[in-house]
Design a protein around this ligand. Structure first.
Ligand SMILES: N[C@@H](CCC(=O)N[C@@H](CS)C(=O)NCC(=O)O)C(=O)O
Length: 219
């Protein structure tokens, strides 16, 4: 059986959980925080989560894991079969990570952990988030999903990237990120109504207690 390494507060871990839920893939979890132990680095070369252990070996990088799962388990596809259409999904997955998730992440310490983030980082992140959401608005359809009528991997990555990015934009920069991509709020609401997404949110809430203690223990 597949083994998924990570923890329930991790948005990337939750992307894989949702992908598996949609596709009906069974797996067991090993709950751990990102770390640089030699044992974990043998599985995840950067020590990040998630990592997925298969019978053939371990995979890391969420987009790669999602693509692997979709090819290995064809039920309820997360990517279209057509080469160009599939590339458009990959494009949106990559854009959501590079231009929403990662700039927002630079400000997570200030927004979620009460830590300092310097002004230059904040300024760069704010600018990047504006550009990122405007870029997403240009390439996504939001009708209702990013690529049209079918839920795809792009929606999964957008859901767990744009939610945190919107919190960062709202709390730190006082702007409504999702309002800049018409249809994005409706999409988030639609996805958040799903039972599998609700379950993942409940798991995250429970796990957040221990995670906050863990973060506090690091300082
Ligand atoms: N590009 C990676 C990012 C994964 C990632 O950054 N995960 C976070 C947890 S949400 C992590 O492991 N952070 C620890 C670190 O960056 O060293 C992916 O797509 O899986």
């Amino acid at each position: 059986m597949l083994t998924l390494y990570g923890f329930d507060v991790s948005n990337y871990f939750n992307m894989i959980k949702l992908g598996c839920a949609i596709k009906g893939i069974e797996y067991k979890t090993v709950i751990l925080y990102p770390n640089q132990s030699s044992e974990y680095l043998d599985k995840s070369p950067m020590g990040k989560v998630p990592a997925l252990e298969t019978e053939q070996g371990v995979l890391t990088e969420t987009n790669v894991i999602l693509e692997y799962l979709d090819e290995a388990y064809p039920n309820n596809p997360l990517y279209p079969g057509d080469a160009f259409a599939k590339a458009k999904i990959r494009e949106m997955v990559k854009m959501a990570e590079l231009y929403l998730e990662l700039p927002a992440r630079r400000c997570h310490p200030a927004v979620f952990f009460g830590q300092e983030v310097d002004e230059l980082t904040k300024k760069q992140a704010k600018r990047a988030l504006y550009k990122g959401i405007e870029g997403m608005a240009r390439c996504a359809q939001f009708s209702p999903y990013l690529a049209g009528e079918q839920l795809t991997a792009a929606d999964i990555v957008f859901l767990y990237s744009a939610d945190l990015a919107a919190l960062v934009a709202g709390k730190l920069f006082d702007f409504d990120l999702l309002a800049l991509a018409p249809g994005a709020k409706e999409l988030m609401a639609k996805l958040n109504q799903r039972e599998d997404v609700k379950k993942i949110a409940e798991d995250r809430k429970v796990a957040n207690v221990a995670f906050k203690q863990y973060i506090a223990s690091l300082s």
